[in-house]
Write a new protein. Structure first.
Length: 673
């Protein structure tokens, strides 16, 4: 059951636990910080994924993530009675139930679990510090009639967060004045410090075997893990009050003690939330989306550049160029976070190479990857959106415009991955061995959606970029440049209509191959030809036909399908081992971020009439409800199944899903009479 209630902090969601585990294991919570670190789990406290944990820290923010602290066994002893608060699932254990004492979950600046037993209410709160890889677990007791003993046994991973641990890992522990430190018995290994003021630590090192993760099993991944524990903390609570356990990941082992001030952490989180919400609208949906947007904004160093970036999705994505610049208008421009938007643009601009914006930064702080044809074009689009929103001419002229010109010239003359402009003025890229668009799933050398040649959205973006440059140069009285870009845009626009419009089907071809063959699969990529500010020149009738075809064949309550259900290649379920999931990733799976361009295109072809605004508002309602109803509470999933009941899949929280819903939510509010 889901309820909402106002508290001191802005509450995202409140869930009453009725004792039945059911779908509660599929409801997750997520806390993030600006380092790309996070804490996550299910609302009943059981880790169902190897990506769950109380502390997943980032050794090279926002990447090189380490699953440091998986979970804790928590026991309260009251006289002769013992109350187990934790929920774990082990291999071969057919019975799984939440702690019978768990009554409620809620999330605001932290994740809160309310337990009741005897006359006692125990409020467990998890907080993730904003500036360091530190997690705090606060246990507050109320209603004590007699002293109770709290026992907390931490389970340590200290592993790469993509891989599960095993009992051969060389872990050791040392006692410190402030608690205990656990480290790999290898030179230069990272270390996990743990402490609890008011509690003693008893060394009792053990391996606990066969923790199992049902979400991993569903995905065909390694589902079992062994976890090590150095011992346990124990403390006596004689009257109403609290005990605070904390854990901190350090880049390397240091023997000195540290102290963690929980009140400072909580106050900083509350202050940050107030600052983030200062520009939010009064309605609850807008405020929830603004808070959701903040989860993806991180600090990033690339070379000598210190800046801001956007994590594409939690738990497993780092910062990707395409995702960043699709998400940026909603996450940062719509929310008035202009300084951070400028920093994101400049961070990626500084990393450009061969006239290409990075497709993604490396997961382990290696060189950036550039295997994308559209990330650079999305960068141009976002840069002009930034200029329009801020009128920051200095940044645009000095830091962004030179890179924009470089991109256009590089595409015109040819750059990596066969990216070049053909004689018809359209962009052609790749070959049978590359996947350069967002539909990039490939497994064992098999490309499930081969789109090399001339993809429709890439050329819509190319035309859009040229038109932006033409209009900009006109305003700046750069006559020669304006004429050049106008000529390029004219040729690209004319060729676009000739090449992509499919008269017999009444919508746009998805891809034109180098040999002239067309892929006429009905996919959502064509919607960008209408939603972008400068769409290719298509008649009003053709635009309406495109929107109607996409709405009829692809629109679902949670976004657009990536392929028509009538197509022989359609797959309605995203499930099973990786090969099977990759094969379905863009072959029918629903992507929520596509709600943004679709709604914008729908409003355009209907002239933003009140009836169309009302209908568009209804379209986004299921996604709005998803934020507080299922999946990762307080965010929006990466994808949904194409077939009913359309369960959320993929990353629990995706930047462009949130960014596009926030952008469209604001657009609709302003469009209402």
């Amino acid at each position: 059951m889901l309820t909402r209630q106002k508290t001191g902090a802005e509450e995202v969601v409140r869930v009453a636990i009725d004792g039945e585990i059911g779908n509660l294991l599929d409801c997750e919570w997520l806390l993030t910080n600006e380092r790309g670190s996070y804490a996550a789990g299910t609302i009943v406290g059981c880790n169902t994924s190897s990506y769950h944990g109380l502390l997943i820290g980032s050794l090279a923010p926002p990447v090189n993530r380490v699953m440091a602290l998986s979970n804790c066994q928590e026991i309260v002893v009251c006289g002769s009675q013992t109350f187990h608060l934790s929920t774990f699932e082990f291999s071969g254990d057919p019975v799984l139930a939440p702690s019978p004492y768990l009554r409620q979950f809620r999330r605001d600046t932290g994740a809160h679990f309310i337990y009741e037993f005897e006359s006692i209410e125990l409020h467990k709160a998890v907080y993730l510090a904003d500036h360091s890889d530190t997690v705090v677990v606060e246990y507050t007791f109320d209603g004590l009639m007699d002293p109770v003993e709290l026992i907390v046994r931490p389970f340590v991973g200290l592993r790469d967060f993509h891989h599960t641990e095993n009992s051969d890992a060389p872990l050791r522990w040392d006692r410190l004045e402030s608690g205990v430190v656990v480290r790999h018995d290898t030179p230069g290994g990272c270390a996990l410090r743990m402490g609890c003021s008011g509690m003693d630590f008893d060394g009792d090192p053990q391996w606990w075997f066969d923790f199992t993760y049902r979400a991993n099993r569903r995905r065909g991944q390694q589902a079992g893990e062994d976890l090590w524990t150095p011992g346990f903390f124990r403390g006596i609570v004689e009257e109403d009050g609290r005990l605070v356990f904390w854990a901190r990941l350090d880049e390397r082992y240091r023997p000195e003690s540290v102290q963690v001030d929980v009140e400072t952490i909580k106050n900083r989180l509350a202050d940050r939330q107030r600052q983030i919400l200062s520009g939010a609208a009064a309605d609850a949906t807008d405020r929830r989306l603004v808070l959701a947007a903040d989860q993806f904004i991180v600090k990033r160093r690339y070379g000598d550049v210190e800046g801001t970036s956007i994590v594409a999705g939690y738990p497993w994505f780092a910062d990707w160029g395409r995702d960043t610049f699709i998400a940026l208008p909603g996450l940062l421009l719509a929310t008035g976070r202009f300084d951070e938007a400028r920093s994101v643009l400049c961070t990626f601009a500084a990393a450009a190479d061969d006239g290409l914006i990075p497709n993604r930064f490396d997961d382990r702080s290696g060189p950036a990857h550039f295997n994308s044809v559209d990330a650079s074009l999305w960068f141009i689009h976002a840069a002009f959106q930034y200029l329009e929103a801020t009128d920051d001419k200095d940044t645009f002229h000095q830091r962004l415009l030179p890179v924009i010109r470089w991109i256009v010239d590089s595409y015109q003359n040819g750059t990596r991955f066969g990216i070049h402009v053909d004689a018809d003025g359209l962009v052609r890229a790749g070959d049978c061995n590359t996947q350069l668009t967002w539909m990039d799933a490939m497994y064992d050398g098999v490309a499930f959606t081969p789109r090399w040649g001339k993809p429709v959205e890439v050329n819509a973006l190319w035309h859009n970029a040229l038109c932006h440059l033409h209009e900009f140069c006109l305003r700046m009285d750069l006559v020669s440049d304006a004429k050049r870009y106008a000529k390029m845009a004219q040729q690209a626009g004319d060729s676009f209509g000739e090449l992509f419009w499919n008269e017999s089907l009444g919508y746009l071809n998805d891809t034109v191959m180098p040999d002239g063959q067309v892929d006429a699969s009905l996919r959502p990529n064509q919607i960008f030809a209408i939603s972008l500010p400068y769409g290719p020149p298509l008649s009003g009738a053709r635009q309406k036909a495109i929107v109607a075809a996409v709405e009829f064949e692809l629109l679902t309550p949670y976004g657009l399908r990536t392929l028509s259900r009538r197509d022989a290649c359609y797959q309605g379920r995203y499930e099973g081992p990786q090969r099977r999931r990759d094969a379905a990733y863009h072959q029918g799976t629903v992507w929520p971020y596509l709600t943004g361009p679709f709604v914008e295109a729908y409003l355009k072809v209907n002239d933003f009439k009140p009836a169309s605004v009302h209908r568009a508002t209804e379209m986004i309602e299921p996604l709005v409800n998803h934020v507080t109803a299922d999946g990762c509470l307080g965010s929006i999933a990466e994808i949904f199944d194409g077939d009913a009941p359309q369960e959320p899949k993929g990353c629990w929280a995706q930047a462009w899903s949130v960014g596009e819903l926030l952008r469209i939510h604001r657009l609709l509010k302003h469009a209402r009479p």
